[in-house]
Design a protein around this ligand. Sequence first.
Ligand code: ARG
Length: 410
Amino acid sequence: MDNASQMTQRPKAVLAYSGGLDTSVLVRILTDEYGFDVVACHVDVGEARDPVALEDKARRAGAVAFEFVAGQERLARDYILPALQANALYEGVYPLNSALSRPLIAEVLVEVAGRHGATVIAHGATGKGNDQVRFDLAVRALRPDLRIVAPQREKNLTRDTCIQYASQHGIPVPATAQSPYSIDENLWGRSIEGGPLEEPDVEPPEEVFAWTRGPAAAPAEPRRLRIGFCSGVPVSVDGQALDLVPLIRRVGEVAGEHGVGRIDLMESRVVGIKSREVYEAPAAIALITARKDLERFTLPSDLLRVKDGLDRLYAQVVYEGLWFSPLKACLDAFMERAAEPVTGEVTLRLYKGSCQVVGRSSPAGVYNKALSTYGAEDRFDHRAAEGFIQLFGLQLVTYRRLHPLVGQKH
Ligand code: ARG
């Protein structure tokens, strides 16, 4: 390489490119204002975007290279599945769809950076959200030497500024740019933020939902859906064996048709903000509901209790962007071991937004009808209970001898 071209060589930046207005504008800004050669990288996590149109858009905005990376299988196998083993629901309700895709996207960006010899990773997350935390921490855990640039965060770019910038630089502004909603979707769920939803007491208008029917539009008859699991992994629907991606899609279609999976959460963001978040995640809700039931059937109570606490911790660790942390790796090991006996089938009854378990079967159910029955085949030794209660209550009774309740309120 001669001196002249060395002088003109610009650092390469790999940009997480969704194809929306904001990231198209970012291609321009990173090129013109930061002086980078931009590699636009789109990770397909299930949004069904056309790769040809995406590339065209990215190149027109000034990208020197474009990468379209298939990510659905990886998202399902390496991100959704481990989270499902933890029945992961942040604050008990949000199945972490957006949170799970960010470390995958970061991982791909880092791979692409390696291939292109890039020294910079760029993303379009703002300074107010969780996504910046997840992108940054994942990139730093994987390649601490890479520089991270987030122009939205650095420049406080608003939607209006982006639209203005786009029209000044010949970047087409799609009709959807006028929508007040910010939408993020992948195989596991869909997040809708902004516009009227910012008013916590305003009911989400029907137009924000795309994957689920409202109760009025849902079928009049309930639908039974039988989901089979093998060591915690969902493997069949209504008796038909399916690979993970088609299985999630199938469950999502049926549950969504019956209005299952709408979530409205006053959410505590990592950066301290409380925000009103609306999601639809029919497959996630149906699968977690079924899987949890099968755990209750196949795991002993002490393990269930510990797992319950660790499930909650797991969701928080993922939410906070600590996907590549040693704590998360240790939790995964626990989840994997605990999932071993979770094999069997669960029947869900889907009806106008409700998702109820109505039956289950398992070769590993910790259940013995001869013990639990009230019928004639009862084999439980009732007399053994008396001694058990005596020992179980020893300290209670000793304490109450010292501190009698008689004549006191409690
Ligand atoms: N509040 C959710 C989360 O932090 C959704 C984020 C959606 N991201 C977006 N760029 N619209 O996981």
